[in-house]
Write a protein that binds this ligand. Structure first.
Ligand code: ZN
Length: 308
């Protein structure tokens, strides 16, 4: 079985402005790393655009139409101080969601064991009614609900090791016992959510980590709390919010992870997916703002998916 790699040129063209950390260079560094000979066996696919009906699985009413209408013909349009649109942002956002949906379709159909979506904008901060934190649509949450709606997958888990809490995914999932969300994240840090007391209907697991926590604290959080809870949920599909900004070289946070931690964590998720989900994993890029650390970490993550 193979690992699929989804991306699209539009995801390189989304431009939140000069000096913005969520730069096109991020995705270029990931794609350059995955162009190395070690990744020759990846099956590469172009991400299709999501439909408005698919976006509406999470974002209600005319949310998608209003966001797309705000995309400027030229220059920039700011949703908030962090979240900025450029002329190709609408296309990029639709392709980022479309990548995750196509990856779910392919993995559920058995066309591949797992998939990595090298996309931007990221998605985990996007709440059902609120784009924020560099995120426009919640790529992974939409893919999770799509898996259930279209493929009848009974239980879908999202595991989020981005250094920031995925407030948007939590908001989308917290009243639905057949969806599971678990996150390690630095606290205190943007967006401020993610306390252990935020438990949804028993389907949310938050493990905040103090600044300067490193490999040991991260691995303990997974081994002692998140992985047992995930196994207890018995996911039929595992989706990963793969942000790499907990790396020690990242400029936006102060956790001290290294590439090997991402490989270790991915291997553990592969084990649980193998036991409960026929190995089905869809991973999507979230944050990661040091270009070299991002490239090396994403490569370690994808290599672990390929070894599944
Ligand atoms: Zn992040």
């Amino acid at each position: 079985m193979t690992t699929l790699l989804y991306t699209h040129e539009a995801c390189l063209a989304h431009d939140p402005g000069p000096h913005h950390p969520e730069s096109p260079a991020r995705l270029k560094s990931v794609l350059d790393a995955l162009a190395q000979p070690a990744f020759a066996k990846l099956t590469r696919r172009e991400a299709p655009p999501a439909t408005l009906e698919q976006i509406a699985l999470i974002h209600p009413g005319d949310f998608a139409q209003r966001l797309l209408a705000a995309v400027p013909q030229q220059g920039y349009a700011a949703i908030d101080a962090d979240t900025v649109l450029s002329p190709r942002s609408g296309d990029a956002a639709l392709r980022a969601v479309g990548a995750c949906i196509a990856a779910v379709d392919a993995v559920v159909a058995g066309a591949a064991q797992n998939a990595f979506c090298a996309v931007r904008p990221p998605g985990h901060h996007a709440e059902p009614r609120h784009a924020m934190g560099f995120c426009l649509f919640n790529n992974v949450a939409i893919a999770a609900v799509h898996a259930r709606r279209v493929h009848g997958i009974a239980r879908v888990a999202v595991i989020d090791f981005d250094v920031h809490h995925g407030n948007g995914t939590q908001a989308a999932f917290e009243r639905d016992a057949d969806l599971f969300y678990a996150s390690t994240h630095q606290m205190p840090l943007y967006p401020g959510t993610g306390a252990p007391t935020e438990r949804g209907v028993g389907n949310i697991v938050n493990v905040p980590l103090r600044p300067m926590s490193g490999s040991e604290e991260f691995r303990k959080a997974f081994a002692n709390i998140i992985l047992p809870a995930l196994a207890g949920f018995r996911p039929e599909l595992v989706i990963i919010s793969a942000g790499f900004d907990a790396h020690r070289d990242d400029p936006l946070a102060q956790l001290m992870l290294v590439e090997a931690d991402y490989a270790w964590c991915t291997e553990r998720l592969v084990e649980i997916a193998g036991k409960h989900a026929s190995g089905r994993i869809v991973s999507s890029l979230e944050g990661g703002y040091d270009l070299d650390a991002l490239a090396a970490s994403a490569a370690a993550h994808v290599a672990a998916l390929m070894a599944a």
